[in-house]
Design a protein around this ligand. Structure first.
Ligand code: NAD
Ligand code: ZN
Length: 255
């Protein structure tokens, strides 16, 4: 976005920058779009298909039961892809934002780990991590960064098959993480929603809960989503461009 970094309260970006500087509690919710500029395909955009399979048909417990090797091959391919990419300016701007707001919570649906790599600390990975495996027998969770993975991977403790420690379509979120997310949403004065299509539940309803509890909503997405009509600020652009411009504007706000 070609916004001037000079403080000018008449633009929506500067207006939001000022409101963010005054806020005590801010939440951001990110989705696959935030990692798109790093080269990680979104599920619904170009590059979402793999060997003619739709992600919605692979990221399910039923698919894993039917053909675990196929699902693991897909995850192994995604892990290989993510291992080669780096956080982009959007990830870095969100990591910076954590230092400018007294209480900042980043809720992400992404499983790629790029927010932590960019330096974000208060991150709730509500859909898990592609870098963790979970045993289908004993339930043990472990970090596993091998690329490629041996296919199929088995548990060292009990010998049962491992699965990716991610939340698949139709599975419940971790209740403790969900509770922490709810609390942050309830208290948020401003909520940023970046790079999410707003169609995957329950994250899609997070913004509406926050709004009901009094938060003002910001959307950053090149395309409109079902959430757009509810937002107080809408920036139709890429998160890797809008978020750094927003951070630059925040740094010029007189405090
Ligand atoms: P989605 O694929 O449904 O939607 C992506 C959204 O990002 C779209 O609205 C699109 O317009 C927007 N977008 C595309 N490029 C953008 C950019 N440069 N800046 C800002 N926005 C941009 O993704 P979703 O809503 O996150 O839901 C899909 C599910 O798939 C999630 O649960 C997530 O866990 C998973 N997923 C994760 C990754 C990852 O970890 N990187 C990648 C793909 C899918
Ligand atoms: Zn085990």
């Amino acid at each position: 976005m070609a916004e001037s970094p000079i403080y000018n309260p008449s633009t929506p970006l500067a207006d939001l920058a000022q409101s963010l500087r005054q806020a005590q509690r801010v939440v951001a919710l990110t989705g696959a779009g935030v990692s798109a500029e790093s080269g990680v395909p979104t599920f619904r955009g170009p590059g979402g298909l793999w060997r003619n399979h739709r992600p919605e048909d692979l990221a399910t417990p039923q698919a894993f039961k039917r053909d675990p090797r196929l699902v693991w091959e897909w995850y192994d391919w995604r892990r290989g892809l993510i291992a080669k990419v780096s956080p982009n300016p959007g990830h870095r701007a969100l990591a910076d934002l954590e230092h400018l707001v007294p209480e900042f919570t980043l809720i992400t649906q992404n499983v790629d780990g790029l927010h932590r790599l960019a330096g974000s600390r208060n991150v709730l990975e509500i859909h898990g991590s592609i870098w963790e495996v979970r045993c289908t027998g004993c339930g043990r969770v472990a970090e596993d960064r091998r690329v490629p993975l041996p296919l199929m991977p088995y548990c060292e403790a009990c010998g049962a098959l491992l699965r990716p420690n991610v939340v698949w379509f139709g599975e419940a979120l971790d209740p403790a993480r969900l509770q922490t997310a709810h609390e942050a949403l309830r208290l948020a004065e401003i909520m940023l929603v970046a790079g999410t299509s707003g169609v995957v539940q329950p994250a899609a309803s997070f913004a509406l809960w926050a709004k009901e509890s009094g938060a003002r909503l910001v959307e950053i997405n090149p395309d409109p989503t079902p959430l757009t009509p509810y937002c107080d600020w809408v920036f139709q652009g890429k998160s890797g461009e809008v978020l750094p411009a927003l951070l630059a504007a925040m740094k010029t706000v007189p405090v």
